[in-house]
Design a protein around this ligand. Structure first.
Ligand code: PHE
Ligand code: ZN
Length: 876
């Protein structure tokens, strides 16, 4: 059977629901195979809808076992029920209650949407449209209801029963081995924020008093025995709460806030009201088991989900086209939080690397879409880097344009004017327009079309007039010929041979020039000598900048710029130029590598000890993917890989002795207590970046150092870094250490995920065979999303040479996994398939092989809507 083209849902077709649901009373009796859900819905016609309309409730793979209207069973001719919906032909014209009974099998639910079980724990996932897999409902985000939930389960199987809102009652069911808990959520919410959890769980807790004087019981629930690994997450909750009070004036609004870690989860985490459910990878941490990156991710994702309580829950989205309204804004908020908790410059560089690695390629490929999409076939395919990361950049630009104070006032206005409603991007911008008196219609164009703008800049120095002129030209490739120019904040400064210049121009306010037209120029007066412009400081807009600066000019920025981001960026630009030229020409010589190495050496000499985290980033070359995305067409991943390896060798040869000394100097003092904080993590990051380069210069010495580090490491960061370095050096030692590691952590699936990932990323011809072996290893499982992402996901995203093998074996491996997975978990299958997103930019042989793999998928029978949508758009 061929899947039919899924229907397209369009933003322009939005209309309010014909009915509203004011209250939802749920009684959920948990059972492994037949959980029974009784929903009592208080319905009424929507004054804004069509009078006399049918009531059409959504369903997905549901079975109806009971239906009553105002307490009376409905005759069969009054309704029609299918697994996908329930229609009442002639609902009452006034308020009425509908009692709907459904039975679902949580154990058989492999899609991990709706009610399912993860390692025996009952849990739910309702965003975007999972609630309709629990009961028939108006499953759309503009239907806000007050929920009361009674959860019942066998006490033995599920001693812990959690729901949204506040706990109101618990008790035994007399004469049975069952018990119940009743939860009440006073805040009206859309169904996608509904959640329950039932299971055998351990927990850690503390109390938190909000700025409004509310005492909140915070809890983090995890697999029993892992409570000690939940402390960091619990602390991150409290820090998030304090930060949101201080920075955005937002206080928490319930008596409890719970976080539950589950091991089978499609995404990172979910912001259900008062009951956030997390992928356990983003909760569990201890020095022995978690890396510094894990700690940073946990802190960021705990914050992200908590911040949704205001940006997403109190103010939610009118429809799924507005997804960026909650996601872009909340990513921006979590980025600001992490920047305040850690090093702002280091964090900003990380954000930009993610954007360039994930969003720029998306924008340049067949899956490109506006930050606010105009249509979709499957909403679950729109939880993308564009909606999240570019969405966050738009909020950041808005703040840059209107200034910090006006931004905060606008946010206050947005929250208060839209509290308890389902809002739109227009509502968001209107708050800032009212606050500032500005017309933001032009700025709103950022939401409307895909494409990463290109900003061509040229500088002209007039030695006689002592003026310096910058000419800007913006283009929007792929946005359509009629695309209007964007409003682009350009944070800038000028750097003279000896340091920053005070360059003034009336159009530059607080260091920001606003480019609003296709072309514009800026002239600075009284410039004594040819300067170097420092443009898009702190990455002030998500654009590609084209400016012909020499390496020497770029490296002037590294030496003298006051903007940390551009200091890092300058070295990246030089490295990119070298890599692109080498990849294109295939020549052995790397023109300019000595200059870069010398500049890095001087930088390290002065600054590595002062800011090792920043220095570690300076040592990291642009990724293969970033080079590919800059080249943009006719890409040969092998050529990029070999250019990058040669540049690494050149830099390593020059820096190795210096790195070895710094690595010793930055060692932790013996007996030092573990700290996950940024300073200690930064030292580890530098030491491990140094180790990696030392191993490039001298594999034998590198292997010895790596093995020593694996044996003596006090942290998972160091142990894994040793293993990752060793994994790049073929030989007996590597295989022995990999095997020993697997044995040591046989009972730690989250650690073995990293072991899988390290091996999936090995850039060697044998990796395909290795992955085949790993797929049969007990550490791997096709049913757990984290395992699949660690092995096949990492292979497809972080191993460009092997994924893009000329013989097509890499594509076949991923395509086979997509098809196998689609039967059980379409969301994960579809996400894996997005790895083919840049296929059109490949050189012809690989392009043909990738296309064949994609066509093979597209023509397979019985595809899910998720996979059919990605395959179809990828080939369109
Ligand atoms: N809303 C979640 C988040 O960002 C992501 C998510 C989407 C989780 C869909 C599960 C399902 O924060
Ligand atoms: Zn989110």
């Amino acid at each position: 059977m061929r899947t039919e083209t899924p229907p397209t849902i369009r933003l322009q077709d939005y209309r309010p629901s014909d009915h509203l649901i004011d209250r939802v009373d749920l009684d959920i009796r948990l059972d492994p195979h037949a959980s029974r859900i009784t929903a009592v819905l208080a319905l009424r016609p929507n004054p804004a809808g069509t009078p006399g309309a049918q009531l059409v409730l959504d369903g997905d793979e549901l079975g109806l076992v009971g239906l009553a209207l105002d307490g009376k069973a409905l005759p069969a001719e009054a309704y029609a029920a299918t697994p996908a919906g329930l229609t009442l032909h002639a609902p009452p014209q006034g308020p009425f209650t509908l009692t709907v009974e459904t039975v679902v099998d949580p154990t058989a639910n492999t899609k991990l949407m709706g009610l399912y079980r993860s390692s025996g724990v009952y849990c739910t996932q309702c965003e975007a449209d999972g609630f309709r897999r629990i009961t028939y409902f108006l499953d759309r985000p503009d239907i806000l209801s007050v929920y009361t939930t009674r959860i019942e389960a066998a006490r033995e199987e599920a001693p812990v029963l959690l729901g949204n809102g506040n706990p109101v009652e618990t008790g035994d069911v007399p004469g049975t081995d069952r018990h119940y808990a009743i939860w009440q959520d006073p805040h009206p919410k859309p169904a996608y924020l509904f959640a329950i959890v039932g299971g055998r769980l351990g927990h850690v807790g503390r109390s938190f008093v909000t700025s409004e004087g509310r005492e909140v019981a915070l809890g983090v629930y995890v697999e029993p025995g892992k409570e000690a690994r939940a402390d960091y997450a619990l602390d991150a909750v409290a820090r998030s709460m304090t930060w949101d009070e201080e920075v955005f004036g937002r206080a928490y609004d319930l008596d409890v806030f719970n976080v539950v870690a589950v091991s089978d989860f499609n995404m990172g985490a979910m912001e259900n009201k008062g009951l956030n459910i997390f992928n356990d990878k983003y909760v569990l941490a201890s020095p022995e088991t978690a890396t510094d990156a894990d700690y940073a991710n946990i802190e960021a994702i705990i914050a992200h989900e908590y911040f949704h309580n205001w940006s997403g829950n109190r103010v939610t989205c009118r429809d799924w086209f507005q997804l960026c309204l909650k996601e872009g804004l909340t990513v921006f908020r979590d980025q600001e939080f992490s920047s305040d908790m850690r090093s702002r410059a280091v964090h900003r560089i990380g954000e930009v690397r993610t954007l360039r690695a994930r969003q720029f390629p998306e924008d340049a490929g067949p899956l490109a879409h506006p930050v606010r999409p105009k249509h979709y076939a499957e909403i679950n395919n729109f939880y993308t880097a564009t909606v999240y990361e570019k969405g966050a950049e738009i909020v950041r630009m808005l703040k840059t344009l209107i200034g910090e104070a006006a931004f905060r006032n606008g946010m206050d206005r947005y929250f208060s004017e839209n509290d308890g409603t389902a809002a739109t991007v227009e509502d968001f911008l209107a708050a800032f327009a009212t606050e500032t008196g500005r017309d933001l219609a032009h700025f709103a164009q950022w939401y409307e079309r895909p494409s990463t703008p290109r900003i061509a800049v040229s500088g002209h120095y007039d030695a006689t007039a002592k003026t310096y002129r910058l000419d800007f030209r913006q283009t929007r490739p792929g946005a359509g010929a009629d695309a209007p120019p964007l409003v682009i904040p350009v944070a800038l400064g000028l750097i003279g041979p000896d340091g920053p210049l005070t360059a003034t121009n009336a159009r530059v306010r607080d260091g920001v020039f606003v480019l609003e037209s296709a072309e514009d120029s800026l002239t600075f007066e009284n410039i004594a000598a040819q300067p170097v412009p420092s443009l898009f400081r702190d990455f002030s807009a998500p654009v590609r900048v084209e400016m012909a600066l020499s390496d020497a000019e770029q490296l002037t920025l590294l030496r003298h710029d006051t903007d940390a981001f551009n200091r890092w960026e300058s070295a990246q630009r030089v490295a990119l130029r070298i890599l692109i030229e080498a990849a294109r020409s295939g020549s052995e010589t790397l023109d300019g590598s000595e200059g870069l190495a010398a500049a890095l050496a001087a930088f390290l000499d002065g600054e590595a000890l002062r800011d090792p985290a920043f220095a570690a980033l300076m040592l990291a070359l642009p990724s293969e993917g970033e080079v590919a995305s800059e080249i943009g067409a006719n890409i040969d991943p092998d050529a990029i890989f070999s250019a990058r390896r040669r540049l690494r060798q050149a830099l390593a040869a020059r820096l190795r002795d210096q790195l070895a000394v710094l690595r010793e100097q930055l060692a932790d003092p013996a007996g030092a207590a573990f700290s996950p904080a940024a300073a200690a993590a930064g030292r580890r990051a530098f030491r491990n970046a140094a180790l990696d380069l030392i191993a490039v210069a001298d594999p034998e010495r590198g292997a010895a150092l790596a093995r020593e580090q694996i044996a003596t490491a006090a942290t998972m960061t160091d142990r894994l870094a040793g293993l990752a370095t060793l994994a790049q050096i073929p030989g007996e030692a590597r295989e022995a250490e990999l095997a020993a590691f697997a044995e040591l952590y046989a009972d730690e699936p989250l650690i073995l995920d990293k072991w899988l990932a390290i091996q999936a990323a090995i850039a060697e011809d044998d990796t395909i065979a290795r992955i085949g072996r790993l797929q049969r290893h007990p550490a791997f499982s096709m049913t757990n999303p984290n395992r699949v992402r660690s092995l096949v996901g990492v292979f497809s995203l972080a191993n460009p040479t092997q994924f893009n093998r000329v013989d097509g074996a890499g594509y076949a491996l991923v395509a086979d996994t997509v098809l196998a997975l689609d039967k059980r978990n379409p969301q994960i299958a579809a996400r894996l398939l997005t790895a083919f997103g840049s296929w059109r930019q490949l050189e012809p042989v690989r392009r043909a092989a990738a296309e064949a793999a994609l066509r093979g998928i597209a023509s397979a029978g019985g595809l899910s809507r998720d996979v059919a949508d990605i395959a179809g758009r990828s080939l369109a």
